[in-house]
Design a protein around this ligand. Structure first.
Ligand code: FES
Ligand SMILES: [Fe+2]
Length: 404
């Protein structure tokens, strides 16, 4: 038998990693049907509270309606297309477009039009409500989907994660919002995603930052369309944090979230297909979203929470202003400016930051995709190796099938 018979194989042609026409198809056929992190529930607790998010090149907002339910709409006035809301806030009992003041109810219907009789005669209001999107909440995190009737309804998409839940809360003061960082990465979003679920590289590329996470010492488990990651370096149940990170955190006196232990059973990374990454750990929580800017440029936006510092007095609901660089989660780089490899002083491998190590590698792969000699060879089998890459590619093809 061929020794490679079990090896996962590359399913996506290389052009799908740089062809702008393929990204256009992904925008229409995948992203326009996909769930993506928007905000925490604690950011929109009361009727009228809203949060605007720019996702996949579209402006959408989440709003708490008068009955207390979360709704999502396209941030697009039905008159002449102006964005109706901006930022985060409370709209009161209605949503008013700033341009000509068409006014919508919190449930999206068109309520009032200035000078309606003189200017429009009889306006068919029923067909002129805000365009609905979809919203769902899970463990205090709010997700939106641009489609009003997505291919996966929210509960189907998030299904089974209950067996891999994490204990973090965003509404009880145990975590406070620390800040947001943006990484500008010169690669296709799929090159980044595949690197993120590749357990084979961890013990080698990241030996200085993540330690000895060889294929037998970590695993990616497929949960629906999503993947969850555990470290299996230690005796006992799989754990959220790599041993090197946990030892480093203790060494630096990092504060653990109240009530948590290092041994707790939950995943250290949750890749929510296709664009959201959650990273729960005993010292904090981060949510990252991928923004495909074009077929070879992707922004990674990282939102981070950590236990409040004693006497800190800041709010813990995610509304906090951007903070300056903060050492509490030292393995996550924080910066007010977008992070670009070209702006680094030293070599990424000397940075002590695994995110920069990954950036360096994915940009190297992206450049070579254009070589006529580029070809993917045998990939390493196993849930702690490269099997997840084939599973991911199958999900992409499920939404965006190859022609013919
Ligand atoms: S564009 Fe919104 S009222 Fe005119
Ligand atoms: Fe990596």
């Amino acid at each position: 038998m061929n020794a490679n018979a079990q090896c996962p194989t590359q399913l996506l042609p290389k052009e799908t990693y740089y062809d702008p026409a393929w990204l256009d198809r992904e925008r229409r056929e995948l992203f326009d049907q996909s769930w993506l992190y928007a905000c925490t529930e604690a950011m929109v607790p009361n009727p009228g509270d809203y949060h605007v998010c720019n996702l996949m090149g579209q402006s959408l907002f989440v709003v708490r309606d008068s009955g207390g339910s979360l709704r999502a709409f396209h941030n697009l006035c039905r008159h002449r297309g102006c964005e109706v809301l901006e930022g985060t806030g409370n709209a009161g009992q209605s949503i008013r477009c700033p341009y000509h003041r068409w006014t919508y109810g919190l449930e999206g219907h068109l309520r009032a039009v200035p000078n309606e009789r003189e200017c429009f005669d009889a306006l068919p209001r029923e067909g002129l409500g805000l365009l609905p999107a979809s919203a769902g909440a899970y463990r205090g995190l709010v997700f939106v989907n641009p489609s009003p009737s997505p291919k996966d309804d929210f509960s189907a998409w998030i299904a089974n994660l209950d067996d891999h839940g994490w204990p973090h809360r965003f509404d009880d003061g145990s975590l406070e919002f620390v800040g947001e960082s943006v990484y500008e990465i010169k690669c296709n979003w799929k090159v980044f995603y595949e690197n993120a679920i590749d357990g084979y590289h961890l013990g080698y590329l990241h030996d200085k930052t993540l330690g000895q996470l060889y294929p037998s010492r970590n695993l990616w488990e497929l949960v629906g369309r999503n993947h969850v990651w555990y470290s299996t370096e230690r005796e006992g149940p799989p754990q959220a944090s790599p041993k090197l990170i946990a030892d480093g955190a203790k060494g630096h006196g990092a504060r653990m979230i109240e009530g948590q232990t290092e041994e707790a059973f939950y995943p250290g990374v949750v890749m929510l297909f296709p664009l959201t990454t959650l990273s729960p750990n005993p010292y904090g929580f981060s949510v990252s979203t991928l923004e495909p800017v074009h077929s070879e440029l992707t922004n990674l936006r990282v939102h981070t929470w950590a236990p409040p510092r004693p006497g800190d007095g800041r709010r813990s609901d995610g509304n906090g202003a951007k903070s300056k660089a903060d050492k509490r989660g030292s393995y996550i780089l924080r910066s007010e400016q977008p992070v670009r490899l070209a702006d680094l002083d030293g070599h990424p491998l000397e940075s002590g930051n695994f995110q920069l190590e990954d950036m360096w590698i994915v940009e190297k792969v992206q450049r070579n995709l254009h070589s006529p000699h580029f070809q993917v060879g045998p990939m390493a089998q196993g849930a702690g190796a490269e099997t997840p890459l084939a599973e991911f590619q199958r999900q992409v093809l499920n939404f965006v099938p190859l022609p013919g």
